[in-house]
Design a protein around this ligand. Structure first.
Ligand code: HEM
Length: 404
């Protein structure tokens, strides 16, 4: 209620200011008006809610377009953390996520950082790393086969301090302060039980700058995400979610996520002329269409040749080497964030899949050494988490793992 009144005051302020009444007059008014009552001057960016509860965790397939801001983090359990402490943390994180994603304060003591801003399509997605198993009452036997450490791939320069972790969180939303606040609340709840191992922040185009259905661009300028599995595809669930007959029963309906900080070597990339850049991917820079023609969604003709006999989409093109058709159907749902960190920039690669052994692993093995894009990127960190299924109200994330 208190939060709602603050929201009302802020909205009243906006109305007053727009009407020429000034902020002072508006604040003096006790009228509680709904947020966004100012009409066309405001957007729905703040009010959009992505439901937290459901069979799958939010943030995997919902919202369809990745939010504008993301915070990726991993935590390690404290030495002394026991089963009760871990359960309390999972309960605390779940309750906080339920509240924050609905735009509610986390208990009476929550700070007013996001008062009046709205949930802004906030999602909070939790995963378990392989190192969690065998500790704090989590049976080693419950570790799913898909959580086996990723193999070493060639040409990567991974920083162990910013890789892996017992617990992984992805917090995403369309407003930066909403994401920062949620990240702080979750970190605060972990004090005494788990410590932050690494954290990274990234971004996508702001909501409202293009249609929700439009593919976002990465910092190389490419439309990135075009050929992702889509919820309307008949095999979407099979590609993204752990099946109902998986031996790790607690993970059924969940998903695996690979997180990689991939630096873009933009100085080298910018040396390429536009067409050379297109040949690296196999798609046009402007429309994202395959080089064999059509629009962004057109199917690529991988056999097409130029009059001189060269493949139109080269052997080394990223889209050819990564496509399910050339990887025995291996597919993943990529929904990453761009990052700029001092003079470095790149992609916080986030890929969801039903099983990394039939998703990220074979595709990355195929890309290494063959992908033309490889000369312009560097994998710098890596993590793999198993994200449990979503929960109904009254349950907590990971409950099936902790309680069987
Ligand atoms: C900074 C690094 C990367 C950049 C800039 C990049 C960029 C792109 C672009 C522009 C496309 C074409 C549009 C699309 O379908 O999304 C694409 C497709 C794809 N990428 Fe990447 N990518 C990167 C890393 C990776 C990695 C590490 C993997 C997995 C191991 C991967 C897997 C895929 C897949 C599966 C496709 C779709 C291929 C298809 O079905 O047509 N990418 N990527």
């Amino acid at each position: 209620m208190a939060r709602r009144r603050v929201a009302g005051y802020l909205a009243a302020g906006a109305v007053g200011a727009l009407a020429g009444g000034g902020l002072g007059a508006a604040v003096a008014s006790s009228t509680v008006v709904p947020a966004q009552a100012a009409g066309p001057a405001l957007s729905d960016v703040g009010t959009r809610t992505i439901p937290f509860n459901g069979p799958h965790q939010a943030g995997i397939a919902d919202p369809a377009r990745p939010q504008a801001h993301g915070w990726l983090a991993a935590f390690d359990l404290a030495e002394r953390a026991d089963r009760a402490a871990l359960v309390a943390l999972l309960r605390g994180w779940t309750a906080a996520a339920e509240a924050l994603t609905a735009g509610r304060p986390v208990g009476a003591g929550d700070d007013p950082v996001v008062a009046g801003v709205g949930p802004s399509a906030l999602t909070i997605t939790l995963g378990f790393g392989g190192s969690l198993f065998g500790r704090a009452g989590v049976p080693i036997t419950a570790r799913p086969a898909g959580l086996a450490p990723l193999p070493a791939f060639g040409a990567e320069q991974l920083d162990p301090a910013r890789s892996d972790g017992d617990l992984g969180l992805i917090v995403a939303g369309d407003d930066p302060i909403v994401v920062a606040h949620a990240s702080r609340v979750l970190t605060r709840l972990a004090i005494g039980t788990a410590r932050l191992r690494w954290q990274m922040s990234g971004f996508n185009a702001a909501r409202g700058t293009s249609a929700d259905a439009a593919t976002t661009r990465n910092l190389m300028g490419q439309l990135d995400g075009t050929n992702n599995p889509r919820p309307v595809d008949p095999d979407f669930a099979a590609r993204v979610f752990v099946p109902d007959d998986d031996p790790a029963s607690w993970l059924r309906g969940g998903s695996y996520v690979v997180v990689r900080r991939i630096r873009m070597l933009l100085d080298a990339w910018d040396q390429l002329n536009p067409h050379a850049q297109e040949l690296v991917i196999g798609r046009r820079r402007d429309t994202g269409a395959p080089l064999t023609g059509g629009d962004e969604r057109a199917a690529a003709d991988f056999g097409a040749r130029t009059p001189s006999g060269a493949l139109v989409i080269p052997e080394s093109a990223h889209m050819r080497l990564a496509a399910p058709a050339f990887n025995r159907g291996a597919a993943m749902l990529r929904r990453g964030f761009s990052y700029v960190d001092g003079s470095e920039s790149g992609l916080l690669f986030v890929a969801w899949q039903a099983d990394p052994r039939h998703g990220f692993v074979p595709v990355q093995q195929r890309l290494v050494g063959a992908d033309a894009l490889g000369s312009f990127i560097r994998h710098e960190t890596s993590a793999l988490f198993a994200a449990p299924r979503g929960v109904d109200p009254g349950h907590y994330l990971g409950q099936l793992l902790m309680e069987g």
